[in-house]
Design a protein around this ligand. Structure first.
Ligand SMILES: [Zn+2]
Length: 246
């Protein structure tokens, strides 16, 4: 071939290769729909059989120190301690999420552990996409219903993006939880003083599942069939957060 012809041939060849590369790496060709199996859900069943009253910083760099793990409340009618309720619901939630295809990491699967709130957050930060903290409330006997606690947009420890996502997660989960159970929806509450939330680097919510000091909430949450319902409703909320239909 003459030099000019060679050059033209080489140019056409180059263009063809470039075009082929562009086609095969186009977003349409590579975008893969996110599946449940791509997502790891972190579950932290609040408390443990004995509180740890040592202290740790309330958030990264904070001079405020808080109790590592508080003792938690207990059912005034059922006598069930909060740490047993949170673990029971946490285990049902894990089972339900795995059946739907998610990966799951729990901060604890036994009651006789000693894991601080900071350590729980750090464990979930490592492997999870979101963190669900399970708790139950205690107050005057008339107080009842569920609340979701989220970090405010002014939270000094978390990025604004994590705070925004945490609020959305809290809202979607609480809506689903109250829809799927007969428990009253109290609403969302912004809290920037929670160690286990402030050390999180992933979207996080703390669900106060009901009041153990209220007779009807406590009686409801003590039953295995209702705990399964609570777990299913939370799993539905996680599906809704990620936009998965059943
Ligand atoms: Zn608690």
């Amino acid at each position: 071939m003459k030099n000019v012809t060679k050059r033209i041939f080489a140019a056409v060849l180059t263009l063809t290769v470039v075009a082929a590369c562009v086609v095969t790496t186009s977003p349409q060709a590579t975008a893969k729909k996110r599946e449940r199996s791509d997502i790891t859900i972190g579950i932290d069943p609040g408390h443990q059989s004995r509180g740890n009253f040592g202290t740790e910083p309330m958030g990264p760099g904070s001079s405020v120190k808080k109790t590592k793990v508080a003792g938690g409340t207990h059912g005034t009618t059922s006598g069930v301690p909060e740490y047993k309720l949170t673990l029971a619901v946490g285990k049902y939630l894990k089972k339900e999420l795995k059946a739907r295809g998610y990966k799951v990491v729990m901060t604890r699967s036994r009651n006789d552990v000693d894991i601080s709130n900071k350590e729980r957050a750090e464990k979930l930060n490592k492997k999870c996409n979101i963190a669900i903290r399970l708790h139950a409330d205690g107050a005057a006997p008339s107080a009842k219903g569920a609340t979701a606690l989220y970090p405010s947009l002014e939270n000094p420890f978390l990025s604004r993006s994590v705070c925004k996502k945490s609020k959305k997660l809290s809202q979607v989960l609480l809506d689903s939880y109250c829809r799927g159970t007969s428990l009253k929806k109290r609403g969302l509450s912004a809290r920037d003083d929670l160690t286990g939330t402030n050390w999180s680097k992933i979207p996080v919510t703390l669900i106060e599942m009901g009041f153990m000091t209220n007779e009807s909430d406590d009686t409801y949450m003590a039953k295995a069939k209702n705990r399964k319902k609570m777990a299913k409703a939370l799993a539905d909320g996680i599906d809704a957060y990620y936009g998965f239909s059943k």
